[in-house]
Design a protein around this ligand. Sequence first.
Ligand SMILES: [Zn+2]
Length: 295
Amino acid sequence: MVEKMKKIFLLLLSLFFVSPLYASEPEVVKLRENVYAFIGADGAANSGFVVTNEGVVVIDTQGLKELSILLKNKIKENTDKPVAFVINTHYHGDHTFGNQYFKEAKEIISHDNTKKNLIEKKEPHERQFKKFFGEKSLEGFELTLPTKTFTNTLSMRIGNKSFELVCLGVGHTDGDIIVYLPTERLIFAGDLLYTERLPWVNDGNIKNWKEVLRKIGWFEADTYVPGHGKVAGKKRLKEFEGYLSDLTEEVKKLKKQGMNAEEVAKNISLSKYKNWIKYNEWLVLNAKKAYEEIE
Ligand SMILES: [Zn+2]
């Protein structure tokens, strides 16, 4: 028995020392000629970059300094061209707080409400960010705002590439945009799409979000880069919409049984999604928000 315990102890010890500090690193995936996704480790925020002959277009700048710098370095590994434009898909810090490391861009582009939220929600937003990433996560941080904003759509020809920036209504936030590359049949969806990870719903509207996902499906595209999770095909768009529907239906069912919001949050289970990242942490939050919307 003692021998067995010793063996287990040694095994655990070796696992501890062999595993790196972080389970995995962000990964750069080449999706098309000159189009790349920077996929956050373990479901952390994604970015993208598109190399045009007029410079690089960066989609979302990460939030932690070391990740923004890593993104910069990964861009440099793939092109000598400078960063020409930055696009923010929505205001959340894990997608925008790295803007300060891309100041060489001619413009930082976003929806009007993204800029507004970054200004008006500054304090609670930074508090929330520190809660997620640690007290010291914003050392050296300077809020760097979008310099050009729009309301509905913005079409841009940058060098040899076309970009359609489109707002489809309130989903994850009130300032979400998708970045559509029509020639490449590819969409950077920001946090409107998550793959195999529960979404952060507290800033948005679940009911409307499903509509927005349906509209994303109307674009002629085959490849979707989510805000969190791995690069996806159309099937994942449906799957994520399915999650939001299942969440709402289950909450409705429990509410009908007479449960209040707290009871629903405590009792809800969506076993189909139990392997998704953040299932244990965020299902309660998702359920409370869905309940609030039904009321
Ligand atoms: Zn977000």
